[in-house]
Structure formats: structure tokens, C-alpha cells
Design a protein around this ligand. Structure first.
Ligand SMILES: NC(=O)C1=CN([C@@H]2O[C@H](COP(=O)(O)OP(=O)(O)OC[C@H]3O[C@@H](n4cnc5c(N)ncnc54)[C@H](O)[C@@H]3O)[C@@H](O)[C@H]2O)[C@@H](O)CC1
Ligand SMILES: [K+]
Length: 475
């Protein structure tokens, strides 16, 4: 089952893979016409009631496949107010080819007539709230009529995010929905057909441009609304936490703090004035720091744990204790990863190992991405956390749902690109589900690398990615 917004991601991914929406609309319209033919005989009277969005567009296509019927097409509004180019083009095609079309200016002009079948193509996944006029009047007419009602995608008035049905919604007898079921359809009295409209399986398997639709930024938001990230890193290394923290800022987090040993805190601060560094005593993370860190972490939306911490025994022990106490969302990277399979935690973890780190955690890998995807899915289910396994193709799985991101290039094998990925993912996890944050993070990190590789080739370095991340995520 897919919600309306999930469907929009899949649809945009199909477009990114070379199957544009207008092609999908042609398939949808064809599927609607097939459903009509299954229900009424040639010569029957049909009234198609089309809204001004793509739901209406589907039915405008269907009309071209229904020549053997007595078919009227009524548009709820003026053609120049049709909201999408592809629906408008399909309206123009009907007019130019001399199909019987009508348009109404307001609800008083609506007349359903006395058809054998009414096609409800007023509203699909684009609806919010109860039906407004003139759709409300048209819905009431369909509900009052003896005609069978066939709804396109969903009955107009069904909210495709929540499954809620508006009080004045269309009461459908049949529904032809596209690609996958939608929330709320199974609770209807209608018969429901799921039509294959030729969306490639890859549009759901691969992370593509459409996944960026998951991101939005409220123009009225305040500082902090878009995420506060705590990077716990540094000690033996200083560049890694600085890269993660800057990457989190570039990926849209409002506030990013780095908690680091005071022996290296000034050095980390020295990389950028954008960072807020909070120091704890000593040269590296140890169990004595955990109380203070756990309190600090609880004040953040996400934790990025691992960059530059090193693998000293006392550090790994501290990582384990911190994870045991933490209950939020954490991205775990580098040396901290080896602790995860042993640890008992209520936290939601996104683990970002490369193949070597995955093996060290106890996972398995393969050179074939399909096999690797299955292995990663199995291991994610075993450890009960989300995995983002880095490689030429990144594999992302929460143990049930598995995606592959194909962005990136060989120049990115340079040190530090993983720290950037951890920071980007940490920032995205402030506003997205962990599995979506991991998928979009992998896509964006690789796409940032692809954006800079033309200039730097095999000489690209991790800091080059930082400036390219916003262009990928927020353009
Ligand atoms: N996403 C996909 O993959 C595909 C979608 N297709 C079709 O496109 C539909 C979605 O199209 P759109 O996003 O254009 O949206 P819709 O066609 O569902 O509705 C958009 C229109 O409805 C109006 N509206 C919103 N709430 C309303 C309310 N309460 N009362 C009255 N009017 C209201 C909006 O102002 C807008 O004009 C799907 O349901 C499906 O039928 C298909 O063409 C093929 C593929
Ligand atoms: K509909």
C-alpha cells in the first residue's frame, strides 16, 4: 500500500528513470477504459466527470479509448485553469479531435444526466479536506443517481495520506487504482482493481531524484525546527567530526554541536566558525564522560556517533554505555559500529558501515548488488537497526524494506566522504524517518560527489562535497 505522497515519490522516480508522467497517464486512462468495458456494454451512456488535476487527466485519456460508447466528458471548471500541462494537453486533444466535451463555470450548471455509468475523476491523491464546489454538487448527484459509479484512483473525497473519507465523498461502486492500493480503499464497500501502469520496479528499489520530494522546509519555521544535531567524535582524529558537523549544516540542520575531548576541541573549532564545540576533559572518549554526554544528547534531535573517536577499549566501552542510555535517533559510524551488534538500546540507529566495517560487525557482503541487498536486509533484521552499507552502490535497509542508491563515483574512495555522509544523514534524520534519511543521505552524498568530480576528477576531497550538498538537496 502507498500513500499519496509516497506515490508522488515513486512517480517522480519513474520520471527520473525515463518514464515520464504523461506516459503513466496514458496507461492510467487505458486502465480506466478497460474497467468501463468490463462493466457496461458498447452503446451504454457514460458521463465522465473530470476535475482540473491529473486525476481528471486520467479520465480525459480514457475517453479516447471509449469510442464504442455514448460518452460525455464534463470538466469541472474552465480548461485554462487545468492545473497541470499534461492534463491540459489531454483536454486539448479531446477538443481538437472533436470529442463531446462540456465545461461548467459553477455548480449550478452541473448536470450528470441519466447515464448507465458515471466516471468519478474529480479528485485523486491531490485532495485535502471535504469536497468543495463544484465537486461537492457533482458528488451528490452521482450518489443520488442510479448509475454505477467508477472512481479513478480513489473515490473523490478519500484522503490518500490518512485513509479518511470526507462526509460528502463520492460513494463508489468500483475503483480502479494505480500501481498499488491506497490507504482507506480496503474499508470501502466498492470493488477495487489495482492496475499496473508500467511504473518500473526500479522506481521503488533505487533511490532517485523523486526521493528528494520527501524534503520540505516550512517558510515560517524557527531556529531549531529544522533539526539540532550532536556529533560525538574526535580524539585521535579531528577532521572527521568537523566534516560530519559541517555536512549536517549543509544538509539543512539549524544547530550542530560537536562534543569532543578538550585536547582537540580548539583544533576542531578552528576548522569552521559555523561549529559549536562542547569540550569534555581528556584526550579521548571514556566511560567517565557518558553521564554528561547522555544529558547533552537528549537535548538534540539526532546524534552522530563515531567520527574520529578511534577504537581504544575505553572509548568503545563508553560508546556502548552511551547507546544503552540513549533513546533517540543516532547515526553510528566508523569505530563505534563494532559495538552495535552487542548493545541493548531503545535508540533507533542508522549504521553506516563500508564493506570492511560491515564484516567486522558480523555482516556478510557480495559483489553482486542484488545478493548484497538480500544480505544487508537479513543483517539489518538481525541487529534490529537500519543499515546504510556504503559501496559503489549503497544499500539501505531497515530489515524489511531495502533500497539501493547508485549515485557517486570512484573519486569518492578518498578519506572523509563517509564522515560527510554520516553528517548529512544525521541532519536528515531530524526531519525524516531513519530509513528515508539514510536513503536520501546516500543519494545526496553520492550526487554531491558527482557534481564535483568533473572539476576535480580523482583529486576530489571530502571538503569539496560540503559545498555541493545544498545544491543537490535544496535546489
Ligand atoms: N502519481 C502518479 O504516479 C500518477 C498519478 N496519476 C493521477 O494523478 C492523480 C493526482 O493528481 P493531482 O496531484 O493533479 O491531484 P488531483 O487531480 O487529485 O487534484 C488536484 C486538484 O484538486 C483540487 N482540490 C484539492 N482539494 C480539494 C477539495 N477538497 N475540493 C475540491 N477540489 C480540491 C486542487 O486545487 C487541484 O486543482 C492521481 O490520483 C492519479 O489519478 C496518474 O495520471 C498516473 C500516475
Ligand atoms: K477520483
Amino acid at each position: 500500500m502507498l500513500t499519496g505522497s509516497e506515490m508522488a515519490v515513486v512517480d517522480a522516480n519513474a520520471e527520473a528513470l525515463g518514464v515520464p508522467r504523461k506516459q503513466l497517464m496514458e496507461s492510467s486512462g487505458n486502465a480506466v477504459a478497460r474497467a468501463v468495458r468490463e462493466r457496461v456494454d458498447p452503446g451504454a451512456q457514460i458521463t465522465v466527470v473530470a476535475g482540473r488535476g491529473n486525476n481528471g487527466g486520467d479520465a480525459l485519456v480514457a475517453a479516447r479509448f471509449l469510442d464504442e460508447y455514448d460518452c460525455r466528458v464534463v470538466l469541472l471548471g474552465r480548461p485554462d485553469t487545468i492545473t497541470t500541462d499534461i492534463a491540459r494537453e489531454n483536454w486539448a486533444a479531446l477538443e481538437q479531435a472533436d470529442y463531446p466535451t462540456e465545461q461548467i463555470r459553477d455548480s449550478s450548471q452541473f448536470d450528470l444526466g441519466d447515464p448507465d455509468l458515471a466516471v468519478d475523476a474529480m479528485l485523486g491523491t491531490g485532495i485535502s479536506g471535504a469536497l468543495r464546489e463544484p465537486a461537492a454538487t457533482a458528488a451528490a448527484a452521482m450518489n443520488a443517481s442510479d448509475a454505477a459509479v467508477l472512481s479513478v484512483d480513489v473515490p473523490s473525497g478519500l484522503d490518500c495520506e490518512t485513509g479518511d473519507l470526507a462526509e460528502n465523498a463520492v460513494e463508489a461502486d468500483h475503483v480502479v487504482t494505480f500501481h498499488d492500493a491506497k490507504p482507506g480503499l480496503d474499508a470501502l464497500a466498492a470493488s477495487v482493481t489495482v492496475a499496473d501502469i508500467g511504473i518500473p520496479a526500479a522506481a521503488q528499489r533505487f533511490v532517485e531524484r523523486g526521493d528528494l520530494n520527501r524534503l520540505s522546509r516550512d517558510p515560517a519555521s524557527h531556529k531549531g525546527d529544522n533539526g539540532e544535531v550532536l556529533v560525538v567524535g574526535g580524539g585521535p582524529y579531528t577532521g572527521a567530526p568537523a566534516l560530519s558537523a559541517q555536512a549536517a549544516l549543509r544538509a539543512g540542520a539549524d544547530l550542530v554541536r560537536v562534543a569532543a575531548p578538550d585536547g582537540v576541541a580548539r583544533e576542531i573549532q578552528g576548522y569552521s566558525e559555523n561549529l559549536i564545540v562542547r569540550a569534555y576533559d581528556g584526550e579521548r572518549l571514556a566511560p567517565t564522560h557518558v553521564d554528561w554526554l547522555a544529558d547533552l544528547a537528549a537535548d538534540h534531535d539526532t546524534l552522530v556517533l563515531g567520527p574520529g573517536l578511534g577504537g581504544a577499549d575505553e572509548t568503545l566501552e563508553a560508546v556502548g554505555s552511551l547507546l544503552e542510555r540513549f533513546e533517540g535517533t543516532a547515526v553510528v559510524d566508523a569505530d563505534a559500529l563494532q559495538v552495535v551488534p552487542e548493545v541493548e538500546t531503545d535508540a533507533e540507529l542508522v549504521c553506516t558501515p563500508h564493506q570492511g566495517e560491515l564484516l567486522k560487525m558480523g555482516g556478510e557482503t557480495s559483489n553482486d548488488w542484488r545478493e548484497r541487498a538480500d544480505l544487508v536486509e537479513g543483517f539489518a533484521a538481525d541487529i534490529g537497526h537500519t543499515l546504510l552499507v556504503k559501496g559503489a552502490d549503497d544499500v539501505i535497509s531497515d530489515g524489511e524494506r531495502t533500497r539501493v542508491s547508485r549515485t557517486g563515483n570512484a573519486g569518492m574512495t578518498v578519506g572523509g566522504t563517509g564522515d560527510v555522509l554520516a553528517g548529512v544523514t544525521g541532519a536528515l534524520a531530524c526531519v525524516l524517518d531513519p530509513r528515508h534519511a539514510a536513503a536520501v543521505g546516500a543519494y545526496a552524498n553520492g550526487a554531491a560527489g558527482d557534481a564535483v568530480v568533473e572539476e576535480y576528477g580523482s583529486g576530489l576531497v571530502a571538503t569539496d562535497l560540503l559545498s555541493a550538498v545544498p545544491g543537490v538537496l535544496w535546489d
